[in-house]
Structure formats: structure tokens, C-alpha cells
Design a protein around this ligand. Sequence first.
Ligand code: CP
Length: 304
Amino acid sequence: MKNLIDIKDLSINEIEELIKVAKDIMQAPEKYYDKCKHKKLATLFFEPSTRTRLSFEAAMIELGGNVIGFSSADSSSTSKGESVADTIRVVGCYSDIIAMRHPKEGAPLVAAFKSTAPIINAGDGGHNHPTQTLTDLLTISCEKNRLDNLTIGLCGDLKFGRTVHSLITAMSRYKNIKFVLISPEELKIPEYIKQEILEKNNIEYVETEDIEEYMSELDILYMTRVQKERFFNEEDYIRLKDYYILNEAKLENAKKDLSIMHPLPRVNEIATEVDDDPRACYFRQALYGKYIRMALILKMLEID
Ligand code: CP
């Protein structure tokens, strides 16, 4: 695999192999300390990030490699008008692998055409976030011990939330997956996801505005924040931003082994009282993100 632009670039077998390697790294990290010695990862973040950028950097450092890059377009020559294509051609001269986040959908794909180094899409606009999905799959595998036979509630901004789009795409390939899509009318899942992924693959799903309606049936509740940066109109954002606030009262009818996930950052959509609930696994999820990115770097650099 030269680049990772979309989660569909990985087969189910490749995903299972990545999860297996990530779990092995978690068990015996010392085996991997020198695997990327003399290798360089470039992190090119044209849009803000905490988890994705820092977990990629921590991943490469823990594999014995080095990291270069920038964390905002303003601190790169993009601010002088340089194109993504030119930036990528140059950064490929200095690095072995590139993780790139960009506000424009499709920018990492354009970069991949120009790059000599493998490109990893670290999030492109409201489109895709494949390494968050790998993180989510490792989380589900570790927390539930399976990736099939699950009822998954996705709640919040299902329109602009790229993590949701990638997760639906990935989970639709496993057996007996049902989705409960919980959002206000204005933030419903895009039609293309419904038609091209859910309906095409005969995946069972329901749409609701009520977070409690199907709570008792869920194995996983995946909360998302309302994506302020994708709104054209601040009034709409203010009206919708606190539409869902998950608290202990709303979890009253939930299963004892529910897993509450969130790609983070959280704004208000999960009350902090839920953090102490053993079903909350969003901070463990952030940690799993480092291990799956270690496994991905090894795979993309073709290191055993
Ligand atoms: N989950 C996620 O992509 O977080 P960051 O925006 O902090 O990278």
C-alpha cells in the first residue's frame, strides 16, 4: 500500500493485521524500539490537531525514528502562496513518510499524486479520517473483543463529522452491524453515505433525533462534537452546538457493557461526570490511536 487516503484503501485482512500488530506493540513495546531508526516522519498539519499530530509523532519516536513538520499553515510557506503540490514535492525530499491534514476535501489525494513519500490522510475537511477509524476499530476490538454483531449509535454532527463517515464505511464490511443515527435534522448523515454505503450493503439503520430512544439496544455509543469550523453561519452553530449533552441520567437504560466512545476533542456533548463511568472509553481510545499509528507506520514503510 503506497498511500492511505480512505479507509477503503485497506482490506479487512490488512486491518486485522494492523490491529494484531498494534496489540503486540501494546504487549511488548520494547520489541519495536529501533524499528524506524534513521527514518523520518513529516507531519504537515494545515488545520489544528492535538491527538492525531501528537500521536503520530509519539508513534514515530517510540519506533526509534524522527519527526519533522509544521502544525499550522501559517508557520509554513503556504502563507506565502505555495501550493500543496509544491509543498509535498519538497517535503518528500526530507522525509520517508508524510501524515497530512488539510481543510480541503481531497487535498491528501492530490498530494499523493505528487509525492515520492507515502501519504497518510490525517483528516481532509468533512470527508475522511482513516487513521481515526483505525483507532476506533482497535478500540472496539480491545473493548468488545469483536468487530461484528454490534449495534452502534452515532450521535451529534453526522453531516460534517468525517470520523463518522469513515467509521460507517469501515464497520459496514463486518457481519450483523446495525446503526442508530442520532442527530438533529440539519446535521443528518449525508445522502451519499446512506445510498452508497448503508443501502448498497443492506446495512440496517434507523435515524432519530432522540438520544434516549434506542439507548437500551446500543453496544457502542459514539459521540461527536458539532464541527464549528465547517459551519457557514455562526447562528446555526450556536443553535445546534449543545443539542446533545450525554450525562448519567441519559445512560440510565443503557447496557452495563456499553462502550462510550468519542474521537475527541469534546466540547459540551459529554458531561464530565460521565468520565468516571467505567463504560467511558474515550481517553483509552486516544491512547489506542498511538499504537495503531505505530502499526500503520511500520506497514507503510514495509518494516517487519
Ligand atoms: N480525533 C482527532 O482527530 O483529534 P485532533 O483533531 O485533536 O487530531
